[in-house]
Design a binder for this molecule. Structure first.
Ligand code: GTP
Length: 542
């Protein structure tokens, strides 16, 4: 994604400033210049870039800074805030409510990804307990209904459309009426793609809008639209006043800045971004998290949401970890879950600092490695899987048997077992941490308050706002744990600051990175844990 290159350039301009001994106006101007040319090259509208530059200069007001000010921090914060402003129109998007019909209509240029995104969005709401369905009002493109039907069937979403009716307004009206009667919460209407010049098609779009009276109209924009975005989105806005934007294909090679500029041109919020062709490749867009991710500072909230939406079965493993146990089977289940989460590069983008450090370890290489690890564990006996791994050190011939059975090498089997040992060690510490937490939960009076306050402080020291801390007694889930690891979502993340100390000694961000780095054969990313400032235990090979 070229947006990532933009992020890297901005991050490097800012960190150059952070590393220079003297921060004078010349250094500051140099940084601003680099940021602005990076934005312009990424197709962000020139006028917007110029405004951003003025705003940063105005906020920092270099000449009048008192000598004691922490200039670096002030400048970093100003850059972060202005980038957020660039993608934040300060208007709340529509939020669908359960128990009533919410009609959403999609509009956009031909081939922008409307049909695909309609299904992604329906699936998104379905996964969150809404009764969702799709209506195909694209009678213009041959095959449009078939495409929607195929997508909807795959995602198990009810749909409506017609092979014979040529009037899209009629199809849209009939579809919405039918699903309203059937008490669907979310009805998504897909319309045909059109060009700014096609007057009749624009008129037709308005007629559909009048017929179905959508609660929200969403414009779909392809990230590759470039500088044309402003004119196109304005043309749509004038005809069908849309209230939200979804940018698709942000995983492609487009600069993406044009689509970002459309937000400012129409003062409309981006609600989601499409990050791939798969049904699950839809991410909720939040200005702060987006900029945070763009600058390689991660998006823990996004990660938590993503993990929650997958509804992974973590019960057994979580129960084990709570007890300080981690079996070989737990490792296999966790790796299986990681594979479900989608490309590693996507996950890495959400974890602070990881995408930059992952370097050249490609998705393919990473997932091949994971698959081989799973093959290895699939060749183990049930007893071996449920063990703590000691049986392999006691009888090393087991490793030869497994290597042969899985078509891998003894060295790879050893690697899996090393990985398991490290995670088991972490689980043990984690188990102790949980036990302490439960003790604090069971306590009453000032003792409990003290313990809880101490825990809260430790979490806050990890860099984020801290989200109120874990509930006492209740079983934590993977998402909660990730929240703890990332220091909770919300709050301004420290620019360039990696996660710091950790509530469970040894189980820290650094260690987790090391695990991920290790799993992917992170030869190119040595000692990720230490680089992150965490105290990971080091990945040793026997
Ligand atoms: N890589 C990637 N491809 C996407 C994304 N969203 C959609 N696509 C692809 O873009 C192509 C066009 O998508 P469609 O959904 O058919 O586009 P459309 O806007 O409905 O097309 P019209 O009906 O002609 O207007 C398809 O091949 C999709 O798989 C995305 O976020 N990333």
């Amino acid at each position: 994604m070229v947006l990532a290159d933009l992020g890297k350039r901005i991050t490097s301009a800012v960190s150059e400033l952070a590393h220079s001994n003297v921060v004078d106006e010349k250094v500051f101007d140099g940084m601003l210049k680099e940021i602005c040319s990076a934005l312009i090259e990424a197709d962000v509208n020139v006028k917007l870039v110029s405004n951003l530059r003025k705003s940063i200069k105005h906020t920092v007001n270099f000449k009048e800074l008192p000598p004691a000010t922490n200039k670096k921090r002030l400048i970093q914060k100003a850059v972060f805030d202005e980038l957020v402003k660039l993608v934040d129109p300060h208007s709340e998007p529509f939020k669908p409510k359960k128990g009533r019909t919410n009609t959403i209509m999609f509009v956009g240029l031909q081939g922008s990804g409307k049909t695909t995104t309609c299904t992604k969005l329906a699936r998104h709401y379905q996964a969150r307990g809404f009764k969702a369905c799709l209506v195909c009002a694209d009678t213009f493109r041959a095959g449009a209904f078939d495409q929607l039907k195929q997508n909807a069937t795959k995602a198990k979403i009810p749909y409506y459309g017609s092979y014979t009716e040529t009037d899209p307004v009629k199809v849209a009206r009939e579809g919405v009426e039918k699903f309203k009667k059937e008490r669907f919460d979310i009805i998504i209407v897909d319309t045909s793609g059109r060009h700014q010049q096609e007057k009749e098609l624009f008129a037709e779009m308005v007629q559909i809008q009048q017929a179905v009276k959508p609660d929200q109209t969403i414009m779909v924009l392809d990230a590759s639209i470039g500088q044309a975005a402003e004119a196109q989105s304005k043309a749509f806005k004038e005809s069908a006043d849309f209230g939200a934007i979804i940018i698709t294909k942000t995983d492609g090679h487009a600069a993406g800045g044009g689509a970002i500029s459309a937000v400012a041109a129409t003062r409309t919020p981006i609600v989601f971004i499409g990050t791939g062709e798969h049904m699950l490749d839809l991410e909720r867009f939040a200005p702060q998290a987006f900029v945070s991710k763009l600058l390689g500072m991660g998006d823990m909230q996004g990660l938590v949401e993503h993990v929650q939406s997958l509804k992974l079965d973590q019960k057994d493993t979580m129960k084990h970890i709570q007890e300080g146990i981690f079996t070989v089977r737990d490792l296999r289940d966790q790796l299986g879950n990681i594979m479900k989460m989608g490309p590693l590069s996507k996950m890495a983008g959400m974890i602070p600092g990881l995408s930059q450090m992952m370097g050249d370890v490609g998705d393919e290489e990473g997932s091949l490695k994971l698959k081989r690890m799973i093959y290895i564990m699939d060749s183990m006996t049930e007893k071996e899987l449920d063990s703590d791994g000691k049986c392999f050190t006691d009888t090393p011939t087991r490793m030869t048997r497994i290597a042969r059975g899985s078509g891998t090498s003894v060295r790879e089997v050893e690697d899996v077992l090393t990985q398991h040992r490290m995670m088991a060690g972490m689980a043990k510490k984690m188990g102790k941490g949980m036990a302490n937490m439960q003790k604090a939960g069971a306590m009453s009076g000032p003792g409990r308050q003290q313990q809880m306050a101490a825990m809260q402080r430790r979490m806050q020291s990890m860099g984020g706002g801290g989200g109120g801390g874990p509930g006492p007694g209740g079983m934590p889930n993977m998402a909660d744990m990730m929240k703890m690891l990332g220091g909770g979502a919300g709050g301004m993340p420290g620019m360039g600051g990696a996660a710091g100390a950790n509530p469970f000694a040894g189980m820290d961000m650094g260690a987790m990175m090391q695990q991920l780095g290790g799993m992917m054969g992170g030869g190119g990313a040595p000692n990720l844990g230490n680089m992150m400032g965490g105290g990971g235990s080091g990945r040793g090979r026997r």
